[in-house]
Design a protein around this ligand. Sequence first.
Ligand code: SF4
Length: 100
Amino acid sequence: MTLNSNSIVLQLLYNLIQIIQPILVPLCFIAAWGFILILGWSLWNALVDTTNRAKTMHQIPCSNCQFFTNDYRLKCPVNPLSANTEQAIDCPDYRSVVNY
Ligand code: SF4
């Protein structure tokens, strides 16, 4: 671009700003509050998702089961594929740890 074309672009930009000047403040107001509402909505959804996920994870009974080995190589000899996963919820082989 040459100096002449730069001044034309600046002039067009100046004219555009002059045209939208009356609606610039309401537009920025709406954009700012829209951004804040979307941010709040996202945070609320993240909080709800995290709470639901935590509730689901706390339903996994393996850590209180007699068959749970707490060894990453074989977590459970009865159901090795479903141990410590959501599939272990309502596991029919669950036996509570007996503390004497
Ligand atoms: S038997 Fe079921 S509840 Fe117990 S550790 Fe294995 S998968 Fe988990």
